[in-house]
Design a protein around this ligand. Structure first.
Ligand code: 13P
Length: 253
């Protein structure tokens, strides 16, 4: 059985005190870590204080991106070793907003995924098609190619510990959710691709999230699907009450 993983992606929202009070509120009401992994991926500025605020609780803290090198002359960037040193455990890699606005590619995402594992972080690799690609019937081929390039050079053990987030770009921040059946179909294709690239044990172990306008009202249906092991959530992760409802749904799935 795969343990569900619900991750909030705060993107570029909240100030320091809002971030801390969210974690203060959530940390006392978390469902058991045996039932669900709860992660908040916060702006880099708040990671250090949030790790401290969440200390000795079951809330894990993640970053939203990183550079693949351990150190170097890369002004403005943050390295995996710097994240690890703070106690950060997860990192989102290749989010569609990073691909769209910051020129990230499958190749750069792959370098970061490999580096995250090499430095003791769990990468959450994002994939997903545009509306045009979906309308042209290219969803499967686009997502499979993103997965294949994104996991290049990983060992089967590493791939088993990877989290993949299937986020159709047209569903992000738009209020349009993929139907649970459509999301499950693509997550199933991703699992099949992992099986063919590695083996069936790896495919059984890897956790695949759906992301794109997930909220308390639709998460249960998504979590009931065979191939959906969790959610990567933007807007609905910004309020403690709503994030806790998402965690409950994950814990009860
Ligand atoms: P929304 O949940 O706001 O649609 O954002 C999804 C997302 O991009 C999470 O990474």
């Amino acid at each position: 059985m795969r343990k569900p993983i619900i991750a909030g992606n705060w993107k570029m929202y909240k100030n320091a005190s809002e971030a801390t009070s969210f974690v203060e509120e959530v940390k006392t009401a978390l469902p058991s870590a045996e039932k669900v992994d709860a992660v908040i991926c916060a702006p880099a500025l708040f990671l250090q204080s949030l790790v401290k605020t969440a200390e000795n609780t079951d809330l894990r803290i993640g970053a939203q991106t990183m550079h693949e090198e351990k150190e170097g002359a890369f002004t403005g960037e943050i390295s995996p070793t710097q994240l690890k040193d703070l106690g950060v455990e997860y990192v989102i890699i290749g989010h569609s907003e990073r691909r769209q606005y910051f020129n990230e590619t499958d190749q750069s995402a792959n370098k970061k995924v490999v580096s995250a594992f090499g430095n003791g972080l769990v990468p959450i690799l994002c994939v997903g098609e545009t509306l045009e690609q979906r309308e042209n019937g290219e969803t499967g081929s686009v997502v499979e190619a993103q997965v294949e390039k994104g996991v290049a050079q990983l060992s089967a053990d590493q791939a088993a510990g990877l989290v993949i987030a299937y986020e159709p770009i047209w569903a992000i921040g738009t209020g349009k959710t993929a139907t649970a059946d459509d999301a499950n179909e693509v997550c199933g294709l991703i699992r099949k691709k992992i099986s063919s690239l590695f083996n069936s044990e790896t495919a059984d172990a890897i956790r695949i999230q759906y992301g794109g306008s997930v909220k308390p009202a639709n998460i249960e249906e998504l979590m009931n699907m065979e191939h959906i092991d969790g959610a990567l959530v933007g807007g609905a992760s910004l309020e403690a009450e709503s994030f806790l409802k998402l965690l409950e749904a994950g814990a009860n799935a």
